[in-house]
Design a protein around this ligand. Structure first.
Ligand SMILES: Nc1ncnc2c1ncn2[C@@H]1O[C@H](COP(=O)(O)OP(=O)(O)OP(=O)(O)O)[C@@H](O)[C@H]1O
Ligand SMILES: Nc1ncnc2c1ncn2[C@@H]1O[C@H](COP(=O)(O)OP(=O)(O)OP(=O)(O)O)[C@@H](O)[C@H]1O
Ligand SMILES: [Mg+2]
Ligand SMILES: [Mg+2]
Lengths: 255, 255
């Protein structure tokens, strides 16, 4: 089944928040969904209610060839979760080195997870350049580049358009059909945000899946370790999330 | 002269924004300042007015042992800038591998830059774990961990307190006296933000250098590629920045 990965050359844009809440929305539509955390920050689990002290996971132990089936967690939402697992800076860098030398450490379990025809996989990526992104992108049915409607993200639009953030040159053609964009934390009443959003919409056209407004309900959901559709199903951000998921579904047949 | 580096286990918290504007504020107080971009995102230059198409830099070519004096830029603010330089994901990963194999590629020019007794260096780091952070932290007089007043950052407070984001165990004792925290994008009128800020202030006590309010002037400064003290010297964020710089100056003698 397809893999959707949330990535971005920019930090703090909402990759983890969108990965968790899109996984939940897909699950509510009847789909079996696995949420995979490939960011050493290990934050995806917090959206699914795992306690802060729970440091177990999958990706942090890839060098020991763990069986992914032993690391999966059932979560109250019904989404199956593969947490990253806790790791310090030295552990995170050692993992990147191990993946550089032996890409199969991640590629093999990824193929095994994707072999299940009924399971949709949503992956959360680290910000910026990562070894994991170079290994996951070739397997992804869709790569969602998340951006804010601000100048910091606008400056990175050329990185995304050119494919440089996935690896320039021949890889660009490979990903062209599978790259989509999601705008997050839109503030419609802000002149700057509206202008940045318009510029992104013009540049990406039909590749723009949707835009999620900045909504305190999103921050409150994370603060109480709940999913947005649990805490505030009627919120503006929840409506935007539903539209984004419709955008994802509409784009999928073309994959 | 001392090196101050802005780092964080979390993305999008304002590392680049604070590095640029603290560098400018220090410069205005009469100090010679060099701003060093060690993030492949190459965004520090945008705060100093370098055009988006200007892809030259220093760190992106470290494997070729460039002379840092040839890569410096004079900027209108008087801050001397060493831009990172443009690089795609493959180039960024190759650079990390080169630094792993040959740490001196960065350590040697860093020592040369820091040998100038009159030059203060402010470094912008990538989000999360980076090879560059492991090489820069031992040379830093101060490591400023930037956090937002939100649940995403609050969850990472243990990473910072324990020293895990700099490398646990013995390194923690090494950095303990040099680690400081800055809170950014505070929204005093938001219950969540105020609660998160109080919890961070309690945990870090005197290590908290200061807090910068979320202020549209900051976003507008970046959108017009100007520094905050040029665009909006009377703004609330500008007042907070001045207090933060006083906090840095007060903490320096103890370094
Ligand atoms: N639409 C939204 N409205 C309000 N807050 C939001 C929204 N989207 C995300 N946030 C908040 O923004 C912060 C950053 O989001 P998140 O951690 O998901 O970003 P990220 O891109 O995964 O960051 P990193 O680069 O560190 O991995 C979180 O506190 C989150 O709750
Ligand atoms: N105090 C503030 N008030 C309003 N906006 C802010 C403030 N600080 C930062 N910003 C905005 O937040 C966005 C993120 O800031 P910045 O790019 O400096 O974060 P960063 O931590 O360097 O991100 P990355 O992890 O991608 O390197 C920018 O658009 C910036 O203008
Ligand atoms: Mg994240
Ligand atoms: Mg930055």
């Amino acid at each position: 089944m397809p893999l959707i990965c949330f990535a971005s050359p920019k930090g703090g844009v909402g990759k983890t928040t969108l990965a968790a809440n899109v996984a939940d929305a897909l699950r509510r539509s009847g789909q079996r969904v696995l949420a995979l955390d490939l960011d050493p920050q290990n934050a995806l689990r917090l959206h699914f209610g795992l306690p802060l002290q729970d440091n177990e996971g999958f990706a942090h132990e890839l060098a020991r060839r763990p069986d992914w089936r032993n690391a999966v967690r059932e979560t109250p939402s019904g989404v199956i979760l593969l947490p990253h697992g806790a790791v310090d800076i030295i552990g995170a860098l050692d993992l990147a080195t191990a993946l550089e030398r032996e890409p199969e450490l991640l590629a093999a379990p990824l193929r095994a997870i994707l072999a299940d025809p009924d399971l949709m996989v949503v992956a959360d990526m680290p910000p910026g350049a990562s070894r994991a992104l170079t290994l996951v992108a070739p397997h992804a049915a869709m790569i969602v580049a998340v951006l804010l409607a601000d100048a910091g993200s606008a400056a990175l639009v050329p990185e995304i358009e050119s494919g440089r953030f996935l690896g320039a040159g021949s890889m660009t053609a490979l990903f062209a059909g599978r790259l989509r964009v999601a705008l997050n934390q839109l503030e419609p009443e802000s002149r700057l945000s509206a202008a940045a959003a318009e510029s992104v919409a013009r540049r990406f056209g039909p590749r723009l899946l949707g835009a999620i407004r900045r909504d305190v309900a999103v921050a409150e959901a994370l603060a109480s370790q709940r999913l947005l559709l649990d805490l505030a199903p009627g919120s503006l951000a929840a409506q935007d999330l539903a539209a984004l998921v419709r955008g994802i579904a509409a784009a999928r047949p073309a994959m």
